[in-house]
Design a protein around this ligand. Structure first.
Ligand SMILES: Cc1ncc(COP(=O)(O)O)c(C=O)c1O
Length: 379
């Protein structure tokens, strides 16, 4: 199976450990087990120390599935299975449902797995190019234009990495109606769901509105526990059965420790999500204040998720800019080129506000070599 390089992941691996100001992180500042302990009554260490290290519940414990279902309006245990992060959840959905020759629709720019993984399976992929002037939002017409008789799946990521765009409920319903007419699946990677900085209410999930919707999520981003490598899939029972059949070849289980700790994280989701919302809200304010003062960068700041896509206005390719910037100042971004979209940088609202402030000021000082203005940024 031939597959294209996963550009954003390669970039992160090669650059993230060698920076002073990580302004591109997608995971809200990660939590430790002792921080988790502060949210719960039971003694975590005691439970872990006495835990038998067998495979644990193969497709996830009942307790974990119940905790996952609390994030949705509908569904029961047979609609859920567990994966190694959302990356494995997406992969399991795609390999279980797609065959060579199937037609797939995906957004662009988005998480590369959504279009290049189906391509690697021999699928024919139509891309909907998102437009910054439209707030990176697709329209129903965009979907109608690319829909075909043999469209098997619409692959979405909402909120989207790298733009942060979230498909509103009205458009969600229109896309569902179109998918239903064509009897096609919708896969929505909802890994950034749960952080709404205007209204602290869980945004609707595709899986609660469409009988052929499959959604994926994990603890990595809004729950601050990427290290658990714990993700899940919610979908129709027959799809979950198919995935479980495949899954035996891939992961067997996610292990009893991860299963147990994931229960604790999700059973305390209100406190953890509140923390994430507060961090993102504060960093969005800082970013907006910075954008108001920085003439060489613009951006549509999204309401949901943990990232946005900065547009810079100097004539230098994004990979070159990022490499030079990181080497000279320690400021780290993922370049737009990792999403095949030039003159952009992915920004994350996720880190300590001190890092965000100092990083943005350092970036502005560095940018002055391109316009020779004298600007005193105050954040
Ligand atoms: C849209 C999207 N899906 C999946 C993943 C992988 O997440 P996980 O850590 O849950 O495997 C990422 C990570 O950046 C992502 O941005």
């Amino acid at each position: 199976m031939k597959i294209n390089e996963f550009k954003v992941e390669t970039w992160m691996t090669d650059h993230e450990n060698d920076c002073q100001y990580n302004l591109t992180e997608t995971c809200v500042s990660s939590l430790s087990l002792s921080e988790l302990q502060q949210f719960v009554d039971e003694n975590i260490m005691e439970t872990l120390m006495s835990m038998k290290m067998d495979y644990g519940p193969i497709v996830g414990s009942q307790r974990l599935k119940k905790a996952i279902l609390s994030l949705y309006e509908k569904g029961n245990e047979e609609n859920i299975t567990i994966a190694h992060g959302a990356i494995n959840a997406n992969e399991l959905v795609l390999i279980s449902l797609l065959d060579s020759g199937d037609h797939v629709i995906s957004l662009f720019p988005t998480y590369q797995q959504m279009y290049d993984f189906p391509r690697s399976l021999g699928c024919d992929v139509s891309l909907i190019h998102l437009n910054e002037e439209q707030g990176w939002m697709p329209s129903l017409d965009d979907f109608k234009k690319v829909m075909q008789k043999n469209t098997k799946m619409i692959c979405l990521n909402s909120p989207n990495n790298p733009t942060g765009t979230t498909i509103p409920l009205s458009l969600m319903k229109d896309i569902i109606a179109l998918a239903r007419e064509n009897d096609c699946y919708i896969l929505c990677d909802e890994i950034y769901r749960g952080v709404d900085t205007e209204n602290e209410v869980m945004f609707p999930s595709f899986s609660d509105y469409y009988e052929k919707a499959i959604v994926t999520q994990s603890l990595s981003k809004v729950f601050s526990f990427a290290g658990l490598r714990l993700g899940w899939i919610k979908g129709p029972k027959e799809v979950i059965d198919l995935i479980n059949y495949r899954r035996d070849y891939h992961i067997i289980s996610s292990g009893p420790m991860d299963d147990y700790l994931a229960c604790l994280v999700l059973e305390n989701k209100e406190s953890i999500l509140k923390r994430s919302i507060d961090i993102c809200k504060q960093n969005k304010k800082i970013l907006q204040k910075w954008l108001d003062q920085e003439p060489l960068v613009s951006c549509v700041i999204p309401r949901h998720g943990t990232v946005c896509f900065l547009h810079y206005h100097i004539d230098i390719p994004s990979k070159e800019l990022c490499e030079k910037l990181q080497k000279e100042t320690g400021v780290f971004f993922v370049p737009g080129s990792a999403f095949d979209t030039e003159y952009h940088l992915r920004f994350g609202f996720t880190q300590d506000e001190k890092i965000i402030k100092e990083g943005l000021i350092t970036f502005s000082n560095w940018l002055r070599q391109y316009d020779h203005q004298s600007i005193d940024i105050i954040l």
